[in-house]
Design a binder for this molecule. Sequence first.
Ligand SMILES: *[C@@H]1O[C@H](CO)[C@@H](O)[C@H](O)[C@H]1NC(C)=O
Ligand SMILES: *[C@@H]1O[C@H](CO)[C@@H](O)[C@H](O)[C@H]1NC(C)=O
Ligand SMILES: *[C@@H]1O[C@H](CO)[C@@H](O)[C@H](O)[C@H]1NC(C)=O
Length: 504
Amino acid sequence: MSTTLTLSCLLWHLLFIAGLHHQNQAYAAGGGQWTLVQNSIGIAAMHMQLLNNDRVVIFDRTDFGLSNISLPSGKCRNDSNEMAVKIDCTAHSVEYDVLANSVRPLMVQTDVWCSSGAVAVDGHLIQTGGFNDGDHVIRTFYPCGNCDWNELALGLLARRCQTNDAGEENNLYPFVHLNVDGNLFIFANNRAILLDYTKNVVVRTYPSFPGGDPRNYPSTGSSVLLPLNLGQPSTEAEVLICGGAPRGSYGQAKGGKFVAALNSCGRIKINDKSPTWATEIMPLARVMGDMILLPNGHVLVINGAAAGTAGWEYGRDPVLSPVLYQPDNPIGSRFEIQNPSTVPRVYHSTAILLRDGRILVGGSNPHVYYNFTGVLYPTELRLETFSPTYLGLEFNNLRPKIVSPNSQFKVKYGQKVVVRFSVPGALSNKGIAVTMVAPSFTTHSFSMNQRLLVLGGGKSTLVGSTYQVEITMPNLGIISPPGYYLLFVVHQDIPSEGIWIQIQ
Ligand SMILES: *[C@@H]1O[C@H](CO)[C@@H](O)[C@H](O)[C@H]1NC(C)=O
Ligand SMILES: *[C@@H]1O[C@H](CO)[C@@H](O)[C@H](O)[C@H]1NC(C)=O
Ligand SMILES: *[C@@H]1O[C@H](CO)[C@@H](O)[C@H](O)[C@H]1NC(C)=O
């Protein structure tokens, strides 16, 4: 199967209701803390994937011109097909080591611009396609100390790339979610289907998104499959899509008029007999936002702009504040505005979840080259982390710590696993959950393969000085495709640091 298909505050935290009224709704204001972790990684973090060695593979494109980081050991690319610099001794991919907070340059031979990827069962990244000389190329990257990219001789049968300016209706980066029945939910523009990819048959067509505005590139919104709760008799699958740009915005942006982004989200139970979209209004309108599933099942909407569209030079008014969405709260009290960054993250920016619960945020380059001066939003080489409120010191007493199993634990489908953990303060049994999260391949405001499962389990019991809870692993690959996941114990919405598990 093609991998393109499998795609898919610390102390100042004050939980107060801000006097912010928008469309007759009051929104809670939250906290969260921003930290600049790298002043320059040398490239724009356009694509990011966390691997099971806590290192993040990052790349942009070979035809941006000279980057700000040299290739390792004096290497240069000599590519006669290259459109920007034919002999280029700079890197367009790096590996970010989260634990060491260090950056290592990597060498891609052909253009990886606007591509996709997925992590294989053994933990290596399979990256597919790109642009120009890279549009048929498959590349692999193994999570080992000093590994670099491999370009496979066997390529894709068709080009997998972002087309050149195809206008308003090119609907790139469709939102693809693996449903609990094994079919693929695919959303593009304002419509969705359920595809049985094994037979190439559309098994279901969904009502179109209310309002009719498009949600995919260049009207880029974002989407997540909400947490799948395996503790329930039948697992419901719900898709959430937020933001985007009104129909016609791309043409308007070309003419120099930057239309206000969409502030609506749509939520749909994709296995209902008669599914309908429930619309909700975000406190901040956003195009090119990223949506991240947090270990506690909340959703963070981050990055992006309040006007214009995706595409070269077409975004305006960066939205610096993330917004938290709590899916289980009653409608009207789900959104919470978080503390703002100072760094605009517009087109070609990314955000991913790390094992310690922080969100790594990088990129932004709305220009055809690396342009650091004389432009509205300079090419952004800085890496930041956003620490959601749950990482605040005031929650240290609630924070669980996983004692066993050890990280890199291997499990089988349906296996029962005892998870032992400690909590500094008093444990509230009601508030314990064990979750597992598939790290995503993120680019262009969509996190492919992102998936969070809430594992069923009994009550936690005190054994000696630690608590233990027995969980049951998902029993099917369609519920959790084989490979590496981050496992968290969550206590009253405060997650532990994750451990890596491999299911197969
Ligand atoms: C890029 O590198 C040059 C030379 O080392 C440096 O002067 C410049 O500040 C760097 N630009 C950015 C945006 O980091
Ligand atoms: C680059 O490759 C071409 C052949 O493809 C060769 O003629 C040229 O000498 C090479 N240049 C360098 C600097 O290696
Ligand atoms: C960006 O940089 C390129 C190459 O250095 C230059 O030709 C181009 O004019 C710059 N673009 C803008 C918008 O300044």
